[in-house]
Structures are given as C-alpha cells and as structure tokens.
Design a protein around this ligand. Sequence first.
Ligand code: ATP
Ligand code: MG
Length: 602
Amino acid sequence: MRSKYIEFYKSNNHSLINGKSLIPENDPTVLFTTAGMHPLVPYLLGEDHPAGKRLVNCQKCIRTDDIDMVGDSSHLTFFEMLGNWSLGEYFKEEAINMSFEFLTSAKWLGIPVEKLGVTVFAGDEDAPRDEESAEIWKAVGIPENRIRYLPKKDNWWGPAGTTGPCGPDSEMFYDTGKEACGNDCGPGCSCGKWLEIWNDVFMQYNKTPDGKYVPLARKCVDTGMGVDRTITILNGKSSVYDTEIFSEIIKVVESATGCKYGSEAESSSDDEINKSIRIISDHVRAAVFILGDQKAVSPSNLGAGYVLRRLIRRAMRHARKISAGETVLLSPIAETVIAYNKKAYPELEENRSRIIKELETEEKKFLETLQKGEHEFQKLLPNLLKDPRKVMSGRLAFKLYDTYGFPIELSEELASENNMTIDHEEFEQAFKKHQELSRAGGESFKGGLSDNSEIVTKYHTATHLLHKALKKTLGDHVNQKGSNITAERMRFDFSHNAPMTQDEIKKAEDIVNEQIKKELPVTMEIMDLEDAVKYGATALFGEKYESQVKVYTIGPPECFFSKEVCGGPHVERTGTLGKFRIQKEQSSSAGVRRIRAVLDAQ
Ligand code: ATP
Ligand code: MG
C-alpha cells in the first residue's frame, strides 16, 4: 500500500521525500512527530522545499493524545501516515480528484465508491462554507447524502501559531457496514460506523493579528492518510488489531500471557482481556519504534524518554493483570514488531540489540520497583488483615505510591488477592493533601536535610536565572549537570564543550542581573510531569521525579524568563537577590563546565 501510494503520486509528478525521525528536529514544543505535515510546516508557511512544489512521503507518527482511545478499533499510539503536498501549486480540485482516484480506481486501492463518505467545512463568521470542495466531491460521484458539513472543530486546520496560514479540510471515511447510531449518523460520526482514513487540508486563508481571515496568494494542500486504518479496510476487517499488522504480534502476546484474543468478545471479562492485549500490542510496538528511531531515546523521567517509560510500564502492567500477576517479558513481542517492520524501517533491524537491551533494562527496573512495593505490602499485611472490614487504608496505599512509586492499581491487585479492598476516597484525599502541602511549600525535601535559610533560598533562584542565562549566552545545548549551594556561594555544573570567554561570562552575568532588576515574580504550580514538559518547563536529565511535580516560573506567565521543574524553595520576587557575580569558570569533567558565583548584598 505504501509503494502504491508513492507510485501513484510520483506518476502525478510528486517527488518522494524521506520520512523523518519520530523525534522532531528544531521543535521543542512537542515531543513526537504527530503527522506527516509536522516536519513540513516551514514549507507550508512559505519556505522553498529543495525537492520541489509537489511532494509525497510516508511518515512515522506517535500521538500520545490518543492514548486513552488506544484499544478501540482505530486509534494507535504509533501509526504511519502517507501524505502528499502542494506547495502553492494545485489546490482543491486536483487534490480531491487524486484522492478519489487513488481510493477507488481498480488500478490503485479499488475501494467501492458506495463505501465512501466525506465531510467538508460548514462555514462560520470567519470563513464561508466550503461549497467548492463539496461540488468537486459531487462531480466525482459521492452522493449528496454522503457529504456532511461540519464546523471548525472537525473540519479546519491551523494556524500553527496564533496567526498564519489555515483553512478548511475535507475528511474521507469508510462505511464499516455497522448499524447507524441514529438519524444524525453520517460521515464524521464517532459511533464506530464511519472510519476516518484520509484528510485533505486546504490552506487558503491567512489569519492576521487582528483575527481576520484573509485569502492567501500562495495556497497549499496537505494530506494525511493512515496506513494502518486503510490496511484495515483492504484486509476487510473492522479493527486495526485484526489486520496483518497486528496478527503476529497478538499471537506472541497470547502465548506470553496465556490469554486468548477474540476480536468479538463474548463477555465483559473477555472484553477486558481483549483490551489489555490490544494495549500491550500497541504500546510495545510504539516503544520499539521509539527505541529504534534514528534519534535514539532511552526510558527516562523526562520528555520523550518519559513517554517511552510509561508505554513500557503500562504494557507490563496490563500483561501482569491478564496473566494473574505473572511477570511477562516484552522482548519476544518486540522481536515480532521488528521482524514485521524491518523491511520498511531498516533502522529497527540496525538497532535491534539496543531495542531489546533497553527494554530488558527497563523491565528489570520496573520489576524492582514492584518488588520493593510488594515487599512493603507483605510487611504491612498481618496488621491489615486484622481489620474486620477488610479495607486497606487509602493513606497506606498512598504511602506505597509516594515512597516506592508503587502504582495504585497494583496495591489494589495485592489487596484483592487478600480479599481486601482499598479505601479509594482516602487515597484521593491523601493525594490531594499532599498536593496542598506541596503548594504551601511546607513539605521538606526528599533525600536529606535541606537548608531553607533566606540566603540559600536566594541562591536557589539564582541557579534558575543562571541556567537560563547560560542557555541564552551559549546555546540550547547547555543543560544543568549539578548544583551545590551553601550560605556563602553557589556552584553550577553544566554541559558545554569549551571554556567561556570573558565576554560570555559578562553576558551571562548581565542577563541574570537584568532579571533581578526587573523584580520578576516567582510562582509555583503543581502539575503532572508530562504537562510540565508540555508547557516548556526545563527538567533535569537523569533526575528522578515523582509523577506530580512542582514547576517554578520566573516572570509573568505569558512571557516568562525561566520555567523549571524543581523542589524549591524560591524567593517570591527576584528583586531581593542582590547582585550576581561569577567568581570562577572552570572545567569540571569532560564536556562539563563549572561556575562558582556569589550574590553580593546591595
Ligand atoms: P480521528 O478523528 O479518528 O482521531 P484525526 O482527525 O485525529 O482522526 P488526522 O489528524 O486528520 O486524524 O490524521 C490523518 C489520518 O491519520 C487519519 O485520517 C487517520 O487515517 C490517521 N490517524 C490519525 N490518528 C490516528 C491514530 N491514533 N491511529 C491510527 N491512525 C491515525
Ligand atoms: Mg485524532
């Protein structure tokens, strides 16, 4: 299917460009490439592409936003997207005609026209109804009652920022043959009857700073067709998991867990098992592609590495769940993923030993966490069993979670093995209370005594200012490698390959002192580590974080100077810091520099 798509668009004068890494280049705002369009945004916004104005490719994608839907029939964490682009060349007519021909012509996919339906933009106060696209669909043979007009939230793309190119899109759906959910059921309905396979985006407006939508001179087309979903149709199935893409993977999951997968569940417990099998298959497949990517990522507590860790651990949890607490090793599943995909993605074979090794290491780490938690639980058990109500206190469950990273689901499992339940309400309360305590700043640091004296607090804040100032002065490769604070001075280690020049030292100092002069507010919020990273907070590589973290922001929220995940404490305004002075800059170890600095009273 991939080659057919590429061949079809090549025969229509498109140049094939390479798919990119799953980890976006030069885009710190997102962790993964989420669509074929993603790496092409600069060209859609006006830059010339070296390969020309008509492009085609296949792109690996990861969508963590869809994770809650994984296990349904059409949403995967990892999937492939085929795409074709017109950079200021053809527009709606040619784009729709080509989509239609590729889908329906016997020479290409040969999908019967009767099985297709489309949606187009309904129009609103910003832009008119997209009658143009509707007319083109009618002309190729889509009956009027299979063309639905939907609002912006469904049929509109962009702009990428607050202003810039944007426009209506037109989505193509396959009728799975399921019963309509009601009179309003039509293409675009989410009941499961209509499977979205392809989206043609027409960038025809420029959104201006005053909120107007002005027609663009250079109009672009961006399309994205899901490989996995289209294969579902071509295989005559109603779920992506029932296709050739997953059949071997699921067999291995079945034999590893001792559970049977049935595409149509007969009971709700079968349904639970099926869902877990789908989640395990999806997550291991996604993990293999992340681990085997050109830009190697390892499980960690940060950014893409953190997502990877969650995928692996969630797969392990579901595997344990359906195999009655047995440990299920993921590497045989990974081997199958590699075997099926290595022809199209040779990087998987090249990185095979790395993929397996990283998976095994992460498995071991998680099992250790589990063992520690289980051990603690067993120690508590005799006392717990004395409770006539057979209820484990939520505070205890929270303590296991907080101290050992032991997931609440596993406490539940252990409790139920001992015919007990957990007081969920109390768990939630303990969780909330913990958050409030953190918010009040009354919580002590984990891992030792801390000195919260006023001067030490000031140095903490100065550390954040310096970290950002160094990034601004030397570049974004600068990352904090360590810090050490006493009441007399601060030390700051950071990644950088050369000694700093006098000018650079002066510049970094000046930037810090500027922020102090501005008397910027320092504010703290508690949020999920994932969210913190999403909002642009710097977190320290290799650092162990809880799933909920404190984020300190220096400066106003709309245009902050620095945002970091940090335990604190910090001053309330930078104005109290005094004058910042770098005393010494020297090498600390290979590729790491060390700064010693002081705050002079003013
Ligand atoms: P949906 O509404 O079904 O989530 P979408 O509107 O988010 O789809 P687009 O962003 O338009 O999808 O992506 C283009 C194509 O990529 C879709 O038509 C579909 O074929 C495929 N696709 C999108 N998300 C997924 C996913 N999570 N798993 C598999 N394929 C996907
Ligand atoms: Mg979606």
